[in-house]
Design a protein around this ligand. Structure first.
Ligand code: FES
Length: 159
């Protein structure tokens, strides 16, 4: 870890710079949260406490903003994002079985991220591609007519 790249350290430095730049300025709350989200991909709990202290904002307000905007997430996300459609057309064509296969393959439930941060899996409503149901996307790439059997093979493409 860290042998090839010290990206994490660089990110930490950027976060520290951001906090230093906006220290004592409550009006910068959204800017700071957006910066941390961009650097780390999510808003770690301990950093939210730091943000509250550094910007002089009540922690409840920091949480309020962090949970209000969909762009912010309090949990780490995986490198790859799987969306499985559970809209009506996909549902009747077997999406629930595909969901089961994904959950079994990755050992997580919908809404969760794998421990190795490789995948985050979410279920969504109609992706607007009902004619090729059931539909799954990975990082926006569409995988039509999914079956439980195809799940391991499709996921294997994403390292
Ligand atoms: S219901 Fe799944 S794409 Fe429309």
């Amino acid at each position: 870890m860290g042998a090839q790249c010290n990206c994490q350290n660089e990110s930490n430095k950027k976060v520290e710079d951001l906090l230093a730049k906006h220290r004592g300025n409550p009006n910068s709350l959204i800017v700071v949260l957006a910066g941390i989200q961009q650097e780390l991909g999510y808003l770690p709990k301990d950093l939210l406490i730091r943000v509250a202290e550094e910007l002089n904002v009540p922690l409840t307000d920091v949480y309020g903003v962090a949970t209000f905007y969909a762009a912010f997430t309090l949990r780490p996300r995986g490198r790859h994002s799987i969306n499985l459609c559970l809209g009506t057309a996909c549902y009747v064509k077997g999406a629930p079985e595909v969901q089961e296969a994904i959950e079994k393959e990755l050992k997580i439930k919908a809404g969760e991220t794998t421990e190795d941060r490789r995948f985050t899996f979410d279920v969504v409503r109609c992706l607007g591609a009902c004619s090729i149901a059931p539909v799954m996307t990975v990082d926006g790439e569409v995988h039509p007519r999914m079956t439980p059997e195809r799940v391991p093979e499709v996921l294997a493409k994403y390292e």
